[in-house]
Design a protein around this ligand. Sequence first.
Ligand SMILES: Cc1cc2nc3c(=O)[nH]c(=O)nc-3n(C[C@H](O)[C@H](O)[C@H](O)COP(=O)(O)OP(=O)(O)OC[C@H]3O[C@@H](n4cnc5c(N)ncnc54)[C@H](O)[C@@H]3O)c2cc1C
Length: 403
Amino acid sequence: MNKKYDVVIVGGGMVGASLAVALKDSGKSIAIIEAFSWQGQRQPSFDDRSIALSYGSKKILEGMDLWPLLKDRCEPIKTIHISDRGSFGATRLYHHEEQVEALGYVIENRVMGEVLQAQLQALKQVDILMPATVEEIQESAEEVTLSISQHGERTELTTSLLIAADGAMSKVRSMAGISHHKSDYQQSAIIANISTEKFHNSVAFERFTETGPLAFLPMTEHRVSVVWTIRREDEAELMQLTDEAFLQKLQQRFGFRLGRLQKTGSRNVYPLALTEAEQLVKERLVVIGNAAHGLHPVSGQGFNLALRDVALLAEKIQKEGIEQPSLWLADYAALRQKDMQRVFRFTDSLVKIFSNSFMPLAHARAAGLMMVDCLPSLRHLLAKQSMGLTGKMSRLMRGISLR
Ligand SMILES: Cc1cc2nc3c(=O)[nH]c(=O)nc-3n(C[C@H](O)[C@H](O)[C@H](O)COP(=O)(O)OP(=O)(O)OC[C@H]3O[C@@H](n4cnc5c(N)ncnc54)[C@H](O)[C@@H]3O)c2cc1C
C-alpha cells in the first residue's frame, strides 16, 4: 500500500529525531526511516560520544520543550580553558563574563537519544520505520515517492517534503544527485569517558597539540568526556594499548590539571573529514545535519550547527507549509549557507593553525591566545562563536516555542 506523509525524514539519528520532535505541534504527518534500531548496539548516532551543547542549542531545546527533560542529565560548562601544549599561551572564557549560567552543557548521545525517542514514540502523527532503508527515490513537482526496504520487503510511500538526515555518507543526497566535497584531515578522534583524581569543577579544557586538539569535557558522575585528535597513522597503535598504557599516554598529552587520570571506559575512534553538500535544497528535498555538513569535532560545533538547521526548517515548515516549498526553500538555504560557511571557516582554521608545529606559527598562536586572554572584547567574540550566538536568530533559537 502506498502511504502518504506530509514530511518523511530519512535518518532517525541525533538530527533527524530532533527535527521530528521540533515539528510536534505542526499538525504534519511524519515518517522517520532509520536503518539501525534505536535499541541496538550498532546504532551509530546515539553511541558512546558526548555532545557539548552550546548555550544557543539550550535555547532551541527550551523552545522544543525538551530542556526540562535534559537539564538534570547534563553537566554545565562554566569555564572554557584553551591552551597550547608546549607554550605558555592560554585563555579562559567565563560564564559570568557572558552573563549566562553556563557557556554550554555536556550530554551523552545515548541520553539525548533516550529523551528524543520517548518523545517520538508518544506522538500519534509520527510513524517510525526501523530498521528500514530507502532504496530509491523519484522526485516530481508535486511529491517525492520513496521505495523502502523493511524486513526484506519493499513498500512505497510518498511525501510532500523529503528530509535527508542520514549522516555524512547520505544515500538520499546521492540518490537525489547532489554531490558533496570531502576534505580528509588525515586525523582521527578517539573518544573515551574517563574518571579523574580531581573534580573538573565544570571546566572544559581544549588543549591544542601538534597532532591535533585534545578536549576534556566535564560530565556527570565525576567523569570527563575525552575527544583526542590524533594522526591517522597513530590510530591502530593507540587503540590497541591496554587501558593503563592508554591513560599514561593521554596523561603525557594533557598534563596534571585534573590530577591523575584513573579509569577509562571503552574507546571508540572516528575518522575526521570536512564534508559539504553542494546543495542544501531541491524542489521537495532538504539536506540537514551531517548529510549537509560534516565537521571536525574541535570546539564541538557539528550538532549545534545542525540544531540550527532544525530550528529554522521546523519554523519554515510550520509557518509557510509544504504545499509549495519552493516559495521558501531558497531563503532557508541562503540563511543556512551563511551560518555553515561561518562555522566551516572557524573550525577549519582552528584545526589548521593549531595542528601545526611550524615554529613561527607556534609562537604566533601562543601570542594570539595571550592576546585573547588580555582583551575582553576578543574573548567575548570567541565566547559568542562557541555559544552558537552568531547570525540571524530563528524563533526556536530565541527559545520561543513554535506553538
Ligand atoms: C568524536 C566526535 C565528537 C563530537 N562532538 C561534538 C560536540 O561536542 N558538539 C557538537 O555539536 N557536535 C559534535 N560532534 C558532531 C555530532 O556528533 C554530529 O553533528 C551529529 O552526530 C550529526 O548527527 P546526524 O543525525 O546528522 O548524523 P548521524 O549521527 O550520522 O546519524 C545519521 C542517522 O541516519 C541513519 N542512516 C544512515 N544511512 C541511512 C539510510 N540509508 N537509511 C536510513 N537511515 C540511515 C543512521 O543509522 C543514523 O541513525 C562530534 C562528532 C564526533 C565524530
